[in-house]
Design a protein around this ligand. Structure first.
Ligand code: GAL
Length: 961
């Protein structure tokens, strides 16, 4: 094997479109013989010989990633290459996977056939019946070999020697697991003399009419028909069709076309769709659109890079159900199934070439392949393969040259190559901010302020001033933004508001759709997801591979649920008097006929009025205010919430009738309650004090019981178990402390009772407890004074904080910790729910009345961290016996069956075990979440800055009953 060759592939056929023909195909997927060698020198010789005896080899499924089948181990790095940067060479320690298959060929293949590999990671030599067919390059690109001469009816011997590392590994440094193998399908396609070699559909749309021409590369004459449009035409001729329905992600209309020759028929799905740019606005079929997108990698928790079709189908439905309309295939062309489904279900796709050389950045970009002419043929060929395979998909609106390769002329050559084949789509590459050879200005993780400036066209000049005017004429996308790692992402709404405000901003693609967890089991069989470093890697990037909106099993994380709200295509605003409703139709093409508007009113007792609103007609991109039926305002009362939900009026391909698309609310869960006067005296008994039903330890000043419910608290807490976003960008260590909280020792704060006095004033009797909280080694402190009063049944706690002067940076929270018996394992609350909510997340949490077990409040983030806060005005924590109810003027709470130190220490989900207590934290204030795990941190509006605290921050009251 020539592993240092820069050849773009040896012996392979010229790239062409993927289509299926009536001539037939035979899958060679299945069980193959397999043998792994640690290095090429150790690999057996002569395996290509037909008579080679592979009886002592094992077996492996094809397609597969071999480390997922017990051969070697997965390894994760983000930017850094796991081998020395010495291009085009790779280490001698280079796992070699030898694959052999003996098969019979179907008769229809014997007049001529092509052998197609849809993906081999990383490079392979291929032999059929003892003869070398050639060598593949480009893990996620197609390699086809002509096997007409060699294929026979029975006893064919196909041998594929796969090397994990080769020169092309330098081009495939995407942030994901290194997982070698024949991981996509292997197929024989019948291709006798005269068969169609290639097809290229050109189907444009303008103002209701279509223009169609289809190029057919075939020696036999062909005819083309589209019965639904009454079109009969010939290859290469352009037909004007006066009335067509355009293809859009909202209404993905596909027309079935048949291309016929005397030998075969090929069925095509055609979408009429035009992409254009006018005044730096991105238009599809003449209208401005917004990408509500995600970056999608291919990963499966058990299979690695192999993703079964049904999984792809269900994840795309899940995307549609969450108002996502666009996919960037980061950072390589996807399995073809994805594109078929994107055409059918309706997604705008950025199809990205299989290219990333990010690791050269760690070496000041020295010898970066994209800037080295020696690599140009390999790079250009990668782009050509991408465009050729996928050119007939209406869902693809943008070609992307690759990801994070720095800058270099080879990228411009790739752009030229793509344009030479297909000028109908836009060209994208993010890594060169001067954007001279692309059609979009694209950035990743640009801040809200910068995106605003770009929207206003007041951004800074390009580095090279000669290309500035070009870049200023381009639409803008964030090809990656809002990094969905762990708890978060915070601050999504702020970006969406900008996207909706400025025509130049065409939206963005969340990083990323999917966590790449690998399923593992503890010795006692408890399942969890592994991440970088769990597989013996010497070089790795920890849990940075766990940064998705869904788990590796495609379970939605709270970020996805919030994103659905942020991306909702219909804005619903309700007048405070419940008499009017304003509906904003944010679709570019669709009216709202596919939706119905349900309304319902609930209070603490449950739902008591509901109905369906009369249809409100709102054209695409328009807004209408309508009068609500009188019965709605008549249902208004104290503590009631009105919710209007836009639901699918009938079944679609991606969700059933009744599926919720968008919602809006009015009302409040606040109930007016009598103030608590201190009528109950303060009583002393032994070492306890009591005020009404509240009992206190006289030595600590802490509450120890409320009636017969044992409780220990409150203690001030300024700390939270760092989220991935709190940690910042280095994920090899669990707590990197980008927030400064560990440095300030917020996790080690202790209290000292400084005063315990009885008060008697205008509000009656009270017990005043002052505790000084401070961290080891520092003299800064916070004095917390709580005045407890009771009317005999209820208890009020008026809390006042007095911080000393020199606190720094931020606090995670102003919270009060309580510990209760673990039997208290149920919560019900009035506030926002059912999901979690932090100051800059929780867009999906709606007002209402909720209940949950303590267990179900937890979000099982792969690397455990702060999670699960709910926002409430009233909370009841109960178990088998009587519970306690805490009220206040809006607070967040978490309740957990484990302590915060246990959460801090846990590296994987099984590390968290209930310890018999319930840990309750009531937060008066919280610091935001942000997306600093990659990108901007917490926006200023969501900072909890101890130097900027207001009276409202420092004083609050809770009630206990
Ligand atoms: C980007 C990169 C992605 C991913 C992300 C962080 O820079 O393009 O591939 O690494 O950062 O998760």
């Amino acid at each position: 094997m020539d592993l240092s060759s820069l050849d773009p592939g040896v012996g392979t056929l010229p790239p062409r479109a993927r289509f299926s023909s009536s001539l037939g195909e035979q899958s060679l997927n299945g069980t193959w013989r397999f043998r792994l060698s640690a290095r090429l020198a150790d690999a057996p010789a002569g395996i290509e010989a037909e008579g080679y005896d592979d009886a002592d080899w094992g077996t492996i499924p094809v397609p597969s990633s071999w480390p997922m089948h017990g051969h070697g181990a997965p390894a994760y790095t983000n930017v850094q290459y796991p081998f020395p940067v010495d291009p085009p060479y790779v280490p001698d320690e280079n796992p070699i996977g030898d694959h052999r298959l003996v098969f019979d060929a179907e008769a229809f293949l014997l007049d001529g056939a092509v052998l197609r590999f849809d993906g081999i990671d990383n490079t392979a030599d291929v032999w059929l019946n003892g003869e070398l067919l050639g060598s593949t390059r480009g893990s996620r690109l197609v390699s086809e070999f002509d096997v007409s001469r060699l294929l026979r009816a029975t006893g064919n011997v196909l041998v594929v020697r796969v090397a994990q590392w080769s020169a092309s590994s330098y081009l495939e440094d995407q942030d994901m697991w290194w997982l070698p193998g024949i991981f996509r399908d292997v197929t024989l396609l019948a291709k006798p003399q005269g068969a169609i070699n290639d097809l290229f559909v050109h189907a444009d749309y303008a103002d209701g009419s279509g223009t169609l021409s289809i190029d057919v590369d075939s020696a036999s004459p062909a005819t083309i028909s589209i019965p639904e449009l009454g079109v009969e035409t010939a290859p290469g001729s352009s037909v004007e069709i006066p009335e067509v329905v355009g293809w859009t992600a909202e209404e993905p209309k596909l027309y079935r076309a048949t291309v016929r020759t005397e030998l075969e028929t090929v069925e095509l799905a055609i979408g009429f769709r035009t992409v254009s740019v006018v005044d730096s606005t991105l238009l599809i079929n003449g209208r401005p659109i917004l990408f509500k997108g995600v970056n999608r990698h291919e990963h499966h928790p058990d299979l690695g890079r192999v993703v079964p079709r049904e999984v792809v189908e269900s994840e795309l439905r899940l995307m549609k159900q969450h108002n996502i309309n666009a996919i960037r295939t980061s950072h390589y062309p996807p399995h073809p199934v994805l594109l078929e489904l994107a055409d059918e279900l309706g997604f705008y796709v950025i199809d990205e070439c299989d290219l990333e050389t990010h690791g050269f950045g760690m070496n000041k970009w020295r010898r970066n392949p994209v800037a080295d002419p020696a690599w140009r043929p390999a790079l250009v060929e990668r782009m050509i393969k991408t465009v050729q395979r996928d050119k007939n998909h209406p869902s693809i609106v943008i070609w992307s040259l690759g990801n994070e390769c720095g800058t270099g002329d080879n990228l411009a050559a790739m752009a030229d190559a793509a344009r030479a084949i297909d000028g109908s789509r836009l060209i994208h590459y993010e890594g060169d901010w001067d954007s001279s050879y692309v059609d979009l200005y694209s950035r990743m993780y640009a801040s809200v302020d910068e995106v605003k400036a770009i929207g206003e066209k007041t951004e800074e000049q390009t580095k090279d001033p000669t290309v500035d005017a070009h870049r200023r004429s381009l639409p803008f996308i964030q090809c990656e933004y809002i990094h969905a790692m762990g708890n978060g992402p915070g601050g999504m709404t702020e970006y969406q508001e900008l996207f909706e405000r400025y025509p130049r901003l065409a939206g963005g693609f969340v990083w990323e759709w999917l966590e790449h967890g690998i399923r593992q089991h503890t010795d006692d069989g408890v399942e969890y997801y592994g991440y970088g470093g769990d597989f013996g890697e010497t070089v790795h990037d920890g849990n940075f591979v766990i940064d998705g909106l869904v788990s590796a099993d495609r379970e939605p994380r709270p970020g996805l649920v919030d994103l659905k709200k942020v991306y909702e295509p219909v804005g619903i605003g309700i007048g405070t008097d419940w008499k009017t409703i304003t509906i904003a139709n944010k679709y570019a093409f669709s009216d709202l006929d596919h939706l119905r508007l349900d309304w319902a009113v609930e209070d603490a007792e449950g739902r008591y009025a509901a109905g369906v609103l009369p249809a409100i007609e709102v054209a695409a991109a328009d807004q209408v205010t309508a009068v609500l039926p009188d019965e709605i305002a008549a249902a208004r009362r104290d503590g009631a919430v009105l919710t209007v939900v836009a639901r699918l009026a009938k079944d679609t391909d991606w969700a059933g009738e009744g599926h919720e698309v968008a919602w809006g609310q009015a009302g409040a869960v606040t109930m007016i309650s009598e103030p608590i006067d201190g009528t109950a005296p303060v009583l002393t008994q032994d070492r306890t004090l009591s005020v009404g039903p509240a009992r206190f330890d006289a030595t600590t000043g802490r509450l120890i019981a409320l009636d017969d419910v044992a409780i220990d608290g409150p203690r001030l807490t300024l700390w939270r178990s760092p989220t991935d976003n709190d940690n910042g960008m280095d994920h090899r260590v669990k707590r990197r402390d980008s927030s400064g909280w560990t440095g300030q020792r917020l996790d080690k704060v202790v209290g000292r009772l400084v005063g315990l006095t009885e008060v008697d004033d205008d509000h009656g009797h009270g017990l005043q407890v002052t505790t000084r909280y401070a961290a080891p080694s520092y003299d800064r402190h916070v004095d917390v004074t709580i005045t407890w009063r009771s009317d005999g049944s209820r208890v009020a706690a008026a809390v006042r904080l007095e911080p000393s002067g020199d606190w720094k940076q931020s606090w995670a929270r102003i919270g009060l910790d309580f510990v209760l018996d673990g039997a208290a394992d149920r919560v019900s609350w009035a506030g926002h729910g059912p999901g979690q909510k932090y100051p800059d997340t929780g867009q999906a949490a709606r007002l209402g009345y909720f209940e949950s077990s303590v267990t179900d409040l937890q979000v099982p983030y792969v690397r455990p961290q702060e999670n699960g806060a709910r926002w409430a005005e009233r909370l009841t924590l109960s178990g088998s016996g009587r519970g306690i109810t805490i009220g206040g003027d809006g607070f967040a709470f978490t309740a957990r069956p484990w302590s915060t130190p246990a959460l801090d220490a846990a590296e994987h989900t099984p590390d968290l075990q209930p310890d018999g207590s319930t840990y309750l934290t009531i937060d008066h204030r919280q610091h935001g979440i942000g997306t600093a795990s990659c990108g901007p941190g917490v926006l200023p509006a969501y900072h909890l800055d101890p130097t900027q605290l207001t009276e409202a921050d420092l004083n609050f009251e809770l009630t206990f009953s």
